[in-house]
Design a protein around this ligand. Structure first.
Ligand code: SF4
Length: 493
């Protein structure tokens, strides 16, 4: 266990996140105590004075390093940055490793690059800013700038500033994947609630239609995610698609995505319905094309199912298909990833989204750690490099990127697309460029105020049954925020 001592509460999150990036999977305690039941292998004692920071590292009770730097607590942001740099330098020295993203522990590095580009900074200026301020590698800086410039080009083509998007959550799945930490309920166990869930959702859909009435705001994109939206049966999916068609003018929006997701939930009829009702982009997510891995991670479908569903989608005329992959799945190595990429090449999807495995608290892989103690994990960095080489060779360009807590090797998730097939919603949400009204259990609306650099969130309850009984309250929560922020607190009639 690693013990971090004396850190100020206001900087605890950053200190913990950076330490975790060096010691992936290791238990970390920030309690201000000296005795623990578990063995403490490393103590990081951080003295945060008004004008100086000092860090001592003690390994197995032997002091190994003492470092310090000047920093003024009066300038909080700068102080935090100095603290992270000092901690990084110490951790890098004692572990003998560096992190490709340096001290960047937040989830949106491209947001920084995007704002620098918007300020008119050159590539050289951004490179030195990322290098000096975050100790970020040139490779990751260039990736961020490359993606940010592409995002800028795409955003320039649409009137996103006067718009908003809608997210609709379907929190049901056929089975739970081993690594999943999302709100996902077994569609079998919740069979009797799905129709009433849709009834409640339709109330929110009706509300969202008029939520910005009186303002010059237009709907830009709609995204149905989950869970697995195609867990709905054909009749339920059709009900939802009809409702969306009746409520919104799809002809005037830029994109309508359904993250179909799991191949075991997709049928010919569901794919046909999505095409008929104006869906412009779908996802069919293999995660891996190795059967053994699919079995281990609890996805009850075969590699053959993935190929079949993909072929059906093409036959029906879906011309923007995304496929999600996960790097770092249990038992996988570079050969497994190379095999998956060969299979992907044969299918030739329009988008390829490459995630690096992140094991969060709510995942079975974490909850039942002991049960999965024998699972092995390959070198995520090398496997991820295979995917970026593949993307370049096959004509995909990276167009959005984000990071999560607990990612293997502290890496990133990258969305690739064939030029012109990029998902606008993904850019809007990742770069926090637009308000997203989120509907359904577990959905989180984000109200974005770019001029003020401010974001307000409104959460819906996660539990399906709660959501059904409390949907009016979910609507009220959003209305309260909209009235406060856009109508000077004057209730609308
Ligand atoms: S398909 Fe996605 S949401 Fe559903 S259980 Fe698997 S990881 Fe979770």
């Amino acid at each position: 266990m690693i013990h971090i001592k004396r850190t100020r509460e206001e900087f605890e999150y950053e200190v913990r996140a950076l330490t975790m990036a060096f010691f992936h999977g290791e238990k970390i305690s920030t309690k201000n105590e000296d005795t623990f039941e578990e063995e403490v292998t490393l103590t990081i004692d951080i003295r945060m004075d008004e004008d100086e920071i000092g860090i001592s590292f003690v390994q197995n009770e032997i002091p190994i390093l003492l470092i310090d730097c000047k920093a003024s607590l009066a300038e909080r942001a700068e102080y935090k940055n100095q603290l992270k740099i000092l901690l990084y330098q110490g951790l890098s020295k004692i572990t003998g490793t560096t992190l490709p993203w340096g001290t960047l522990t937040g989830i949106r590095p491209t947001k920084q690059a995007l704002s620098k580009l918007e300020e008119g900074r050159s590539l050289e200026e951004i490179e030195s800013y990322f290098g000096e301020r975050y100790l970020c590698s040139k490779e990751k800086t260039d990736l961020s700038v490359d993606i940010a410039s592409r995002e800028l080009d795409i955003l320039h083509k649409i009137d996103y500033k006067n718009g908003y998007s809608i997210y609709i959550g379907i929190p049901f799945c056929p089975t739970r994947c081993l690594y999943c930490s999302f709100t996902a309920f077994s569609v079998k166990a919740y069979e009797d609630y799905v129709d009433s869930y849709l009834d409640a959702l339709f109330k929110e859909i009706d509300y969202a239609k008029g939520c910005f009435d009186g303002l010059e705001k237009k709907l830009t994109t709609i995204y149905i995610g989950g869970g697995t939206p195609t867990s709905l049966n054909e009749a339920q999916l059709e009900r939802l698609l009809i409702k969306i068609n009746e409520t919104y003018d799809l002809a005037s929006i830029h994109e309508f995505t359904v993250e179909a997701g799991r191949p075991d939930s997709i049928t010919y009829e569901k794919l046909r319905l999505m095409k008929q009702y104006g869906v412009t982009r779908i996802s069919i997510n293999p995660q891996t094309m190795n059967q053994e891995t699919l079995d281990v991670i609890g996805r009850k479908h075969t590699v053959e199912d993935i190929r079949n569903v993909y072929e059906m989608a093409r036959e029906i005329g879906h011309d923007n298909i995304n496929m999600d992959l996960i790097i770092g799945l249990p038992g996988e190595d570079e050969a497994s990833v190379a095999h998956t990429l060969e299979e992907i090449k044969a299918m030739d999807p329009d988008n390829l989204t490459v995630h690096t495995l992140a094991i969060k608290r709510a995942a079975y892989l974490n909850i039942y750690k002991e049960r999965y103690a024998d699972l092995t994990f390959g070198d995520a960095g090398k496997m991820l490099a295979l995917t970026s080489d593949f993307a370049r060779e096959e004509g995909y360009v990276p167009y959005y990127l984000y990071r999560q807590k607990n990612m293997s090797a502290n890496l990133e998730n990258v969305g690739y697309a064939k030029p012109g097939k990029e998902c606008i919603y993904n850019i809007l949400i990742m770069e926090e460029k637009q308000t997203i009204i989120a509907l359904g259990a577990g959905a989180s609306s984000k109200f974005v105020f770019p001029e003020e650099g401010r974001i307000e969130r409104v959460e819906n309850v996660k539990d399906v049954k709660e959501y059904v009984t409390r949907v009016d309250e979910m609507i009220e929560r959003k209305e309260r925020m909209i009235v406060k922020e856009f109508f000077d607190g004057q209730p609308r009639t």
